[in-house]
Design a protein around this ligand. Structure first.
Ligand code: SF4
Ligand code: SF4
Length: 692
């Protein structure tokens, strides 16, 4: 007895010290990060996030087979914490049981059930890994680039935890030290007493798996079972503690990190607004101010926590439009690269020794950095709430604001925005040209919004200045007018919201333009704004409040959905056809508006909607976001072609969307595909067609 206590405690102290040292080191590393804004929204949102994301495994369950297997593994480990308490209790007292619940057979059943569930899940993981093994060197595999050796070791260690657990419980049954009784009858379970010993004090019938293993060990007799009980108990403790050490040094750190990362994730969602971090406040700039992230020391502690939490599951990689079309950007590889760099820079971060590496181009290739469309697919899919877009934008901010390094085409866009107020450089005088297509008057606000006007229509640069996007704006205006909605526009007083500059990394230009727009909007007394561009909508709704602009902002799909539902706008019967709807990233994933545009289309009697395989949360980007609209796309397949092929594959007559940039990108690709028979239309244009 004394020997097993000494061995058990020795293993625990040694492994506990190694793991504890590592966790302390990690916590110091993460706490060395910069301050992170908007990270604690109170106990209730954090608790909800834990229930939904960690306990409920919401994002993982979207991936049905591996998600279900992970669900059972995670819950298995949680439930089996009870068996760890039992094991340490049994180390000191063979008759130990947890007070109150420790003899209840239902607990024994639950423990055995999850032991078996974890073993089955491990078999599923093994099959998945073997089946995908040949494809892992292929970049289409989500495991491409992940550390594979560690994954096999993890499977082996988890298997050993469960196997040693079942073996020591089985030996306990045979020696009469299994603490559980039958919950209802007190029935004595497997096999009865071993020769020379009294009746078993417990019933093992509900510990169905342990009981089966006990039947295999039973013929060995009491003495051998007694020895096996001690051996497997120590083996179980050794494997658990070994696993703890392994976890603290591997990607499986997420077992401990994920609940923490989820608790501090941005709520209600990590997408939508970008942070206006303190060091970006142009009013408080000093000569020591660093804009964005040039080296690991510039990341916030939350970003460092993100890096440490990545499980290398590759879900982000498999949905990234840049990666899947052959570009070098993989959000997983970005996070893994930043994590490796963080670990390699530990001496600097913890004691200021040496100099950390420059992130771009040493750690992150410029082609990686500039490939991101900020579509948010990676953030949406990440099961541990990592915020890739923020890290990418912070690195862009450093490149643009500190180094003046960015793709040359983007430079032209920035100059146009700065000088003319729009990315194309067409100037404010053209912002009312589209009104000529209307047969009614739209007030153009100069000083204050007339009292009878309900909405200020934020037209957006594309809507006002691009020939194709204008069609969307014209239709939207006509539909609002038809429904009796009084609206006005700012015309030449409107300028770009600053979204492309912000997503490109030019936070200075964004804040300048945003402040000017807020001054204009506040000056004319804007209260309710409708925008038909999801980028404008997102910026005014989610980002202007931090700059003093608080308005009720709706997207035209929401307003039209309301008008249709309330009967103020009744679609006609003059259009019949099949329509597939493309979710704009900044409307769908960034702002959770998935149903409203579909509801508008459904209200048109002649429309039959067909969904693309990648839709709603999994909608595939058109390629225009993140200021990519103004950059060359020279690597890999064009993203808009990839998306359009999927849309055309549905056989729909119309590819519909609710974003001027998506319209332009998809229309280009449809034309390039030679499919002039397929129209790309905004939802407002579909409604208008139905009216004849
Ligand atoms: S935001 Fe989109 S393009 Fe950028 S890394 Fe994530 S998935 Fe890829
Ligand atoms: S960032 Fe998230 S989704 Fe991507 S590999 Fe890491 S854990 Fe998986």
């Amino acid at each position: 007895m004394a020997a097993r206590i000494i061995i058990g405690l020795l293993i625990t102290v040694i492994c506990g010290a190694i793991a504890g040292r590592r966790f302390y080191w990690l916590s110091r590393l993460i706490r060395s990060g910069q301050a992170a804004p908007r990270r604690w929204n109170g106990f209730a949102p954090a608790a909800e996030a834990e229930v939904v994301e960690v306990a409920g495994q919401r994002k993982l369950l979207r991936w049905s087979v591996p998600g279900t297997a992970h669900f059972f593994t995670m819950w298995g480990f949680t439930v089996l914490l009870l068996t760890i308490i039992e094991a340490y209790g049994a180390l000191f007292n063979r008759n130990f049981h947890i007070p109150l619940i420790g003899t209840n057979g239902i607990v024994a059943f639950i423990e055995d059930f999850f032991s078996v569930a974890v073993l089955v899940s491990l078999v599923v993981f093994t099959v998945i890994r073997i089946r995908q093994a040949p494809a892992r060197k292929d970049r289409s595999s989500r495991f491409y680039g992940s550390h594979l050796g560690a994954a096999w070791l993890t499977l082996a260690l988890i298997s050993l935890v469960i196997i040693t657990l079942l073996l020591y419980r089985a030996a306990q049954i045979n020696t009469g030290h299994f603490p559980f009784s039958h919950p209802f009858t007190g029935w004595v379970g497997y096999g009865g007493p071993l020769p020379g010993h009294g009746p078993l004090p417990v019933a093992s019938s509900w510990a169905f798996a342990s009981k089966v293993v006990a039947s295999w060990l039973h013929p060995l007799g009491y003495g051998v079972n007694s020895t096996l009980e001690a051996v497997f108990l120590l083996a179980n403790i050794a494997v658990i503690m070994g696993f703890l050490v392994f976890v603290s040094y591997s990607k499986h750190l997420h077992i401990f990190m994920a609940p923490v990362n989820v608790a501090f994730s941005r709520r209600p969602r990590a997408l939508g607004a970008l942070d206006k971090t303190p060091d970006m406040d142009m009013e408080h700039v000093t000569e020591d101010t660093v804009f964005g992230a040039g080296s690991v020391r510039d990341f916030t502690w939350k970003q460092m926590l993100d890096f440490a939490t990545c499980t290398e599951c590759g879900r982000c990689q498999s949905v990234c439009p840049a990666w899947t079309t052959g570009k070098p950007l993989s959000p997983k590889l970005v996070i893994m690269g930043l994590r490796e760099n963080m670990f390699a820079s530990a001496d600097y971060l913890l004691s200021g020794e040496g100099e950390p590496e420059r992130l771009v181009p040493t750690v992150i290739d410029p082609d990686v950095l500039w490939s991101c469309t900020t579509c948010g697919s990676c953030v949406e899919q990440c099961p541990v709430d990592i915020e890739h877009v923020d890290a990418i934008i912070d690195m862009r901010r450093y490149e643009v604001l500190m180094e003046s390094r960015f793709p040359s085409e983007a430079g032209l866009m920035l100059r146009n925005m700065e000088n003319q107020g729009d990315p194309w450089g067409l100037g404010s005088s053209k912002r009312t040209d589209w009104l000529a297509a209307l047969d009614f008057e739209v007030p153009v606000v100069a000083e204050s919004i007339p009292e009878d006007v309900e909405y200020l229509y934020w037209v957006g640069c594309a809507g006002a200045l691009d020939e194709r996007a204008r069609k969307q704006v014209e239709s939207t205006a006509r539909m609002l007018h038809r429904a009796g909605v009084k609206f006005a526009i700012l015309g030449p007083n409107e300028s770009c919201t600053g979204d492309p500059a912000r997503r490109l990394g030019n936070e200075y230009l964004f804040q300048e333009m945003a402040k000017a727009n807020v001054a204009t909007l506040n000056g004319v007394g804007a209260k309710k704004i409708v925008a038909s561009c999801p980028h404008c909508f997102n910026t005014i709704k989610n980002e202007y409040p931090s700059l003093g602009g608080d308005y009720e902002v709706v997207h035209h799909s929401e307003l039209m959905g309301h008008l249709v539902a309330s009967g103020r706008l009744v679609p006609g019967i003059n259009y019949t056809g099949t329509v597939t709807y493309h979710d704009p990233c900044y409307l769908g994933r960034h702002n959770r508006i998935f149903d409203e545009p579909r509801n508008v289309l459904s209200a048109v009697p002649g429309v039959t909607q067909i969904e693309m395989e990648r839709h709603r949360e999994r909608g595939f980007c058109c390629g225009a976001g993140g200021a990519r609209m103004w950059m060359e796309e020279t690597i890999g397949k064009r993203i808009n072609m990839d998306r359009t092929e999927e849309a055309l594959g549905t056989g729909a007559d119309v590819v519909s969307t609710a974003c001027p940039f998506c319209m332009i990108m998809l229309d280009d690709a449809v034309k390039a595909s030679g499919r002039e028979d397929v129209a790309v239309l905004d939802i407002s244009q579909v409604v208008e067609r139905s009216l004849g």
